[in-house]
Design a protein around this ligand. Structure first.
Ligand code: HEM
Length: 490
């Protein structure tokens, strides 16, 4: 039975309505409700990104639906995923400080924005980018050859991030950051990037941050301690702002993207079919920030999963290498992305790496603005935020038995495996699913095929702590103190 009263939506923080959750479960949820926002702040800030992990503990104690703060419910149940993440025009997400495609609260505006960007990330568009992906992969392999010659350990974690950031900056601005060319120089960039993800919790809380960010922009760089996280973040943002300003000027002139041979997203931006407000420097900047960062950590973390688990289980690696040797007789003539996609074991390795990397670690709240939602015996009144987390769906033992084991074979069981696709949510689902999915697949296929066809590796001082998603900086991060995935190149 539902305690929900038809009529206007109740504020979620009113203890008496408890979101229409049935009498039987009120006591449990009151416990969560009683904690308030400061509870979340404690786990996010003081315990440094551990709220996601803690939510898992709370579910063990209180069942599949809990209240994670006064304004939001959280559900663990793979069957419920498509009730929240679908193509319905009634589903909105909460506002945050950033104003870009991903964080657009209204589904109506999101649809308009998405339509403008979709053509840049469709499969045909990414097929046209294949030569760019390929040349980044070749540059990465050049670095691997140098590590082979020197005998020094190579950090796959750093190299993968150099690849993903160079590639996306090439597509966005027509020239890459050049991290693969100057690996040592990329360190400041990745530290800044990491510091920004670490503070994502604050970016989500838009009540104070907007004002704070504006104030921070007024602080002269000379007042910030060089090398500090704040200094690096400001440098990161100033550099991005400069690139956006320059490309806006260029897009007015005739000298567009000469010689790149591909579209340049940020140059085209002012001419896209977007609302006038989106053409402002501020939304342009937020959008550039999104495209630059969205595919960087996510794809790199997936590459780290694949490399670690394959080297950790030599029998699986041997299977992959057999398949690659058959399909690519000459190691330096790597097949096309379309050909590689036909390789069953490589495809299964990629699916399993995506499953284990989870994509986004943070819960992704949504609200239905028109209808109540129903979960088992509970009614979730319209306009109430409710979210799920990829981590709990992708590691659900009923759907993916033995979920902590890297097992590509689970994707090679015919119809049984097809059913798994429904529950694999690394790219999310519905109208807000990852727009960069095809680009990510192109990178994963070309990078893993090339690396494992051309080189032999050995793990160097790396345990699985380096790849298990633990910390929630919006994207998943491993336990602090690991040095990432490092290898000796043979
Ligand atoms: C393995 C790689 C990747 C994974 C697992 C992944 C995962 C995800 C997930 C889970 C979302 C939904 C997040 C949310 O609802 O807030 C998302 C959205 C998004 N991703 Fe990815 N992503 C990957 C690579 C990329 C790449 C390469 C790009 C390149 C630009 C990209 C750009 C975006 C953008 C712009 C959105 C927002 C889409 C929208 O709201 O319409 N992602 N991604």
């Amino acid at each position: 039975m539902s305690a929900h009263d038809a009529g206007p939506p109740q504020p979620l923080c009113q203890k008496t309505t408890l979101l229409g959750i049935s009498e039987d479960h009120r006591d449990n949820l009151t416990h969560i409700h009683a904690q308030g926002v400061q509870y979340e702040v404690y786990w996010e800030v003081y315990r440094d990104g551990r709220f996601s992990e803690h939510i898992g503990q709370l579910h063990k104690q209180y069942g599949p639906i809990i209240r994670v703060n006064p304004n939001e419910l959280h559900i663990i149940d793979p069957e419920f995923h498509d009730q929240i993440y679908n193509f319905s025009p009634d589903i909105d997400r909460p506002p945050v400080t950033l104003d870009n495609l991903q964080f657009t609260p209204s589904s109506t505006l999101h649809r308009v924005r998405r339509k403008a960007f979709d053509p840049y990330f469709s499969k045909p568009a990414v097929l046209k980018l294949e030569s760019v992906v390929r040349s980044s992969v070749e540059e990465l392999c050049q670095r691997l050859s140098e590590y082979k010659t020197s005998g020094q350990p190579a950090s796959i974690s750093v190299l993968a991030r150099c690849l993903t950031s160079d590639l996306i900056t090439e597509y966005m601005f027509g020239s890459p950051y050049g991290h693969l060319t100057h690996i040592e120089g990329s360190e400041a960039f990745f530290r800044a990037q990491s510091a920004m993800s670490a503070s994502f919790f604050m970016w989500r809380e838009n009540r104070f941050v907007d004002r704070m960010v504006k104030m921070t922009r007024l602080i002269p760089m000379s007042m910030l301690s060089p090398g500090s996280n704040m200094h690096l973040m400001m440098q990161f943002m100033q550099n991005l702002m400069q690139r956006v300003e320059t490309i806006r000027e260029q897009s007015q002139s005739t000298s567009k993207a000469e010689g790149t041979g591909h579209k340049v997203l940020m140059e085209d931006y002012p001419h896209l079919d977007l609302p006038e407000k989106d053409k402002s420097l501020s939304v342009h900047f937020d959008t550039a920030g999104l495209f630059l960062t969205a595919g960087l950590e996510t794809t790199a973390f997936t590459i780290e999963q694949a490399v670690f688990h394959l080297l950790d289980q030599p029998a699986l690696l041997a299977k992959l290498q057999d398949e690659l040797s058959g399909a690519i007789p000459q190691p330096n003539k790597i097949a096309s992305w379309t050909e590689l996609e036909k390789l069953p074991y490589l495809s299964a390795v990629i699916q399993e790496s995506l499953r284990m990397s989870v994509g986004v670690m943070s819960r992704l709240p949504r609200k239905n603005t028109r209808h109540d939602m129903h979960y088992k015996e509970w009614v979730i009144p319209r306009n109430s935020y409710v979210g799920m987390s990829n981590r709990f769906t992708n590691y659900n033992a009923e759907v993916f038995p033995d979920p902590y084991t890297f097992n590509p074979d689970r994707w090679l069981q015919g119809n049984e495996s097809k059913k798994l696709e429904k529950y694999m949510v690394s790219f999310s689902k519905g109208s807000r699913r990852c727009i960069g999915m095809h680009l990510a697949y192109a990178e994963l296929y070309l990078m893993l095929a090339t690396m494992f066809r051309q080189f032999r590796f050995e793990l160097y001082e790396t345990t699985r702590k380096a790849v298990d998603p633990k910390i929630d900086y919006f994207v998943p991060k491993p336990e602090h103190g690991t040095m990432g995935v490092r290898v000796l190149v043979k």
